[in-house]
Design a protein around this ligand. Structure first.
Ligand code: ADP
Ligand code: MG
Length: 575
């Protein structure tokens, strides 16, 4: 938690004001019993109505002042805490934005979402309480003791007995409660995890009739959490009566011994009444402290989870001195590249060497899991190579800034992703200042204008969350249009034609040919027909290159390629 406090810095002024206001509020509360005892001893006893009115009016004023301070402190502490939350969220988001895909794999997307929202909210809530109680509790405790002592020193002996009893009760309860609180947070995580899997996997669960099984699984996690929560609540429920007993017994003792002192003439009635109130204030300040002890560990769990994210730094960072372009326009070269995913036994791709030139189309074909996506993910530096080099424009991708590198690239991922917004906005994502004409043109080439025209609002049709109101093939075409509008030097299509029918696939590639005439084009595909006339075809098998060449060359020389072709085309087509 300590590390996160620095995000409170911009709200320093508010925090100081809260502390001052809380201080004033405490002072007013400490002053009130004294005023009351004055009224009793100097007004009521002597029958001086004027005095009662005068001091009573002043009492009202002090109480009102305390109330105003309390309201203002609430307002400011809420403001500071939500500002803190906002800042922390945006810092965390900014940090995560810099992650490479590796860190996303490591922490998990879902967990990152919970950490940015729920965990920060937890801390925010505790912060509000802390801001108020941190100053209030010690102030009321120390102030109360001083005031009580000044009212009657001998009677404070009663507190010397009851306070240790109270502290002991708090310590016992806290020691039992803390482990329970920690385990509760872990169990809450588990409920979240099961629920998340259920919501995202609902189609699979339904189709495999696993609803019953999932229900049991959720119930188990739910009961586990409930059991712990009940234990915690029982403990907390026990806390209140124990404290009230101590409090009330203290009052009885004060009245008892105070009564003796009054009858002996050592003490006045009003002073005893004030003394009872101070005793209450002191004990309540202990209760406040004990509540803080309960809240802080809960926030600590969340703080640790957030710090974990901050402690994770991106593998992939920009070089200190990026190299300038030396004029080798949009050439892509792989030199003996090997790459393994963290924790994998075998490299996903190994010893890959080839070259792609502007104006040429390079196709990559191979079975699923052969490493095609892995290979092309290295070009925009989504991952860093294990050994070897990837060169773009003759420069190692690790020696240029990621922004410069990605500026050159139009990437169409295997899973087409659309954002909430209109179709035009989604295409414009590729180039912020694209004109309507450019967007229309890109859609035309991507063979998307047909279905866009058929949609209710054309280019202004809204895409639903997750792109559920367009089909897989339509998503792919919009995602292609998005990279076309950018007019990049290097096009990368990762299996982006898989959901298109043969006719659309052929038309799209014909249109692409003119559009990408002097760009470097990489096409990953499963269908031989998609890549048959590529300038260079790379055949991947188990992460290694099984052959490079044109279609006729490979047919003769590469058995892996021949097998793929045989499985898809008839004898006539091959000839
Ligand atoms: P392709 O695109 O040819 O179907 P991939 O490049 O996606 O194949 O995957 C190649 C291999 O790398 C597979 O064995 C797959 O299990 C593994 N792999 C892919 N992505 C990851 C990842 N993020 N973490 C770990 N292993 C991965
Ligand atoms: Mg793939």
């Amino acid at each position: 938690m300590g590390k996160l406090i620095k995000f409170l810095k911009p709200y320093q002024v508010q925090v100081y004001f809260v502390l001052i206001l809380v201080l004033l509020q405490s002072l007013s509360e400490l002053y009130l019993p004294t005023l009351m005892s004055d009224i009793v001893d100097k007004g009521v006893v002597t029958g001086d109505t004027g005095y009662i009115w005068k001091v009573g009016g002043f009492m009202l004023l002090v109480a009102a002042g305390g109330m105003v301070c309390s309201i203002a402190a609430s307002f400011l502490s809420a403001k500071a805490a939500s500002g803190f939350g906002k800042l922390l969220r945006s810092k965390l988001f900014g940090h995560v934005e810099n992650f490479s895909l590796h860190e996303f794999d490591q922490l998990g997307t879902a967990s990152l979402i919970t950490r940015t929202t729920n965990d920060i909210t937890q801390i925010q809530q505790v912060l509000i309480m802390m801001l108020r109680m941190m100053a209030m509790a010690p102030m009321m405790c120390i102030g109360g003791i001083i005031m009580a002592y000044s009212k009657d020193a001998k009677l404070t002996l009663v507190l010397a007995v009851s306070l240790p009893v109270l502290v002991l009760a708090i310590v016992i309860i806290a020691r039992k409660g803390l482990p329970l609180f920690k385990s509760m947070q872990v169990k809450l995580d588990k409920v979240n995890r099961v629920l998340r899997e259920n919501l995202t996997g609902i189609r699979v669960i339904r189709s495999f009739n696993r609803v019953g099984y999932e229900k049991t699984r959720f119930d188990a996690a739910n009961w586990d959490l409930t059991d712990t929560a009940i234990k915690v609540n029982k403990l907390m429920a026990a806390m209140m009566p124990i404290m009230m007993i101590v409090l009330n017994l203290t009052t009885v003792a004060i009245v008892w011994f105070g009564g003796i002192r009054i009858s002996n003439g050592h003490m006045e009635v009003g002073d005893m009444m004030a003394f009872i109130q101070y005793a209450m204030q002191i004990m309540f300040s202990f209760i406040m402290l004990s509540m803080m002890f309960v809240m802080i560990p809960r926030a600590q769990v969340s703080a640790t989870r957030i710090n974990e994210v901050f402690a994770t730094t991106a593998d992939i960072v920009d070089p200190d001195k990026p190299k300038a372009n030396n004029g080798n326009r949009s050439q892509v070269v792989f030199e003996n590249v090997t790459f393994s995913y963290p924790g994998a036994e075998m490299p996903a791709i190994s010893n890959i060497s080839f070259k792609m030139n502007p104006g040429e189309t390079t196709a990559i074909i191979g079975g699923t899991g052969s490493g095609k996506s892995t290979l092309i993910n290295l070009i925009p530096r989504f991952y860093d190579v294990g050994s070897g080099q990837v060169l773009v424009d003759g420069i190692d991708v690790r020696e240029m800034t990621q922004a410069d590198l990605r500026q050159k690239i139009g990437f169409v991922p295997q899973q087409a992703v659309l954002f909430t917004g209109t179709i035009a906005e989604n295409i414009r994502y590729g180039k912020e200042d694209a004109t309507d004409e450019e967007i229309r043109h890109a859609a035309e080439i991507a063979q998307a204008s047909g279905f866009i025209a058929g949609m209710p609002d054309g280019f202004d049709t809204k895409i639903a969350q997750g792109g559920t109101n367009v089909s897989g093939g339509q998503k792919q075409r919009l995602s292609i249009a998005r990279s076309l509008v950018r007019k990049p030097e290097i096009y990368i299509f990762d299996d982006s034609f898989s959901a298109l029918d043969f006719k659309t696939d052929a038309k799209l590639r014909a249109a692409l040919k003119d559009e990408t005439a002097d760009a470097t084009v990489v096409i990953v595909a499963q269908r031989v027909s998609t890549i048959i006339d590529a300038d260079q075809i790379i055949v991947l098998d188990n992460g290694e290159i099984a052959g490079i060449g044109s279609h006729p060359e490979l047919l003769n020389a590469c058995s892996v390629y021949r097998e793929i072709v045989m499985s898809q085309l008839s004898e006539d087509e091959i000839a």
